[in-house]
Design a protein around this ligand. Structure first.
Ligand code: PLP
Length: 439
């Protein structure tokens, strides 16, 4: 595996020229795109490996990097991440099964979810996976079920530090109100008493949001919960309790780049800020867990989507293409919050460049008016049979796939940039698969 990449490159987006070169190679030299592939999803696996290798260098060696598999749930990718020594953050029982299937050890699986059933908790406890409880009621359920089963599971508690929202409301979870975790402002004493009562409770969990949260906000949220953990550990010691907060789970949420030319704080920068403001985290008092998802996957993936028609009108031009709101849910439902760069190649895979640009609206194939990927963007002249390349589509896209209109999920292709090879990570769905799905 090619995982010796330059660590300075791990924050970059994949260059447009590289993406179009890879697509042309897949189309022309490797016959990976057939006429039935109306769209295909590509992952640069070397890019993902560089991100993981970088994370391991940046955080202390004992850190568990439980990658949020909701960002990219492909089994082949999970297996590769497991082989690189990551853990898996899971948010449902099926995600937990997928992590087990991919071979993650129980202690490397972190089960988050604000809505775990008793049966799910029992399964998780019996399996020995780490559980972050989301509420006091869930802790009480865990306590009751622990009485009836033998379990090696570590247990943590998710705290909402209430440090504020980022620029995207729908992905901000540490405001005054949040459906996740225990709000700290009104519950400090109750949190302390739960740790005193339940001596198996040994972890704290905080997650601030996903994209749109400035790094300072992430750091201040972690800092608030860390202060609580430090105070709590003193109280537990004074009360001669056997438990301490040993695991500190900082969640995910480091923002990534979607716009060309934009800048963001690197993972090294984030870790340096954490070290400066939350230095105790990096002492051997705590074991750090991380739950990054978007950071690992977003910039590694891109989509090629064939242009089926171009509607040319007096006042507007609409590109009708095959990847729409089924794959780009967030973009289509909250267009102001999300952006994907789009470039064009012709039907032979040659990049279309040039200064003569035309304004287009890019529409997906679904039966609703909001199925629009971009409005009034300038592109070189686009024709039927060309392909749109939609950048930075590796996280929260395929994993949020919508069944509306029963479109076929596209083929997913992995490659190692630099190597001339492709591997099918998931075959294109067949129409019969959809018939089966709804039966
Ligand atoms: C609890 C939890 N951890 C981790 C993540 C991953 O966030 P990101 O992909 O932004 O790193 C999420 C995403 O929503 C989450 O809800």
């Amino acid at each position: 595996m090619n995982n010796q990449g330059n660590p300075n490159l791990i924050h970059s987006r994949l260059p447009e020229t590289e993406i179009s070169k890879v697509f042309s190679n897949a189309l022309n030299n490797y016959n990976r795109i057939s006429s039935e592939d109306k769209a295909a999803i590509f992952y640069d696996l070397a890019f993902i490996e560089r991100k993981i290798a970088g994370l391991k260098q940046i955080f202390p060696g004992a850190t568990l990097h439980a990658v949020a598999i909701k960002a990219n749930t492909l089994a082949r990718v999970l297996e590769k991440m497991r082989a690189m020594g990551t853990g898996a953050e899971v948010a449902s029982l099926p995600e937990l099964f997928m992590a087990q299937e991919a071979g993650f050890a129980p202690g490397n699986i972190v089960f988050d979810s604000p809505c775990k059933t008793k049966a799910e908790i029992e399964y998780a406890l019996k399996s020995g996976v780490y559980i972050n409880a989301d509420s006091f009621d869930e802790l009480d359920r865990i306590a009751a079920i622990r009485e009836t089963v033998k379990s090696e599971s570590g247990i943590g508690l998710r705290i909402n530090p209430q440090v504020g929202a980022g620029s995207i409301n729908s992905t901000s979870v540490a405001g005054e109100f949040s459906k996740f975790g225990i709000p700290l402002n009104d519950n400090k004493e109750r949190i302390i008493s739960y740790f005193r009562n339940y001596e198996w409770l040994k972890g704290m969990h905080v997650h601030i949001g996903s994209q749109g949260c400035p790094v300072q906000l992430l750091v201040s949220g972690v800092g608030r919960v860390l202060d609580l953990a430090l105070e709590l550990n003193k109280l537990l010691e004074n009360a001669s309790k056997s438990n301490r907060v040993e695991v500190f789970d900082i969640g995910g949420g480091l923002p990534v780049l979607y716009h060309p030319g934009q800048e963001t704080v690197s993972m090294e920068g984030y870790a340096a800020m954490l070290k400066e403001k939350c230095g105790e985290l990096f002492t051997n008092r705590f074991r750090i867990f991380t739950e990054f998802g978007r950071y690992i996957h977003a910039n590694a993936g891109w989509v090629a989507s064939r242009v089926e028609y171009v509607k040319r009108e007096k006042d507007y031009n609409i590109i009708m293409t095959h990847a729409g709101a089924d794959l780009f849910l967030r973009k289509c439902y909250n267009p102001a919050d999300w952006y994907h760069q789009i470039s064009v190649v012709d039907k032979h895979g040659n990049a279309k460049t040039g200064t003569d640009k035309i304004k287009y609206t890019v529409a997906g194939p679904l039966c609703f008016a909001g199925d629009i990927l971009a409005r009034d963007i300038e592109l070189p002249p686009v024709n039927e049979g060309d392909y749109l390349l939609i950048h930075d589509a590796g996280a929260y896209t395929l994993s949020m796939w919508s069944r509306y209109n029963s479109r076929q999920m596209p083929k997913v292709i992995g490659y190692y940039s630099g190597d001339d090879d492709f591997e099918v990570l998931k075959e294109r769905e067949r129409p019969e698969d959809l018939v089966e799905f709804w039966s």
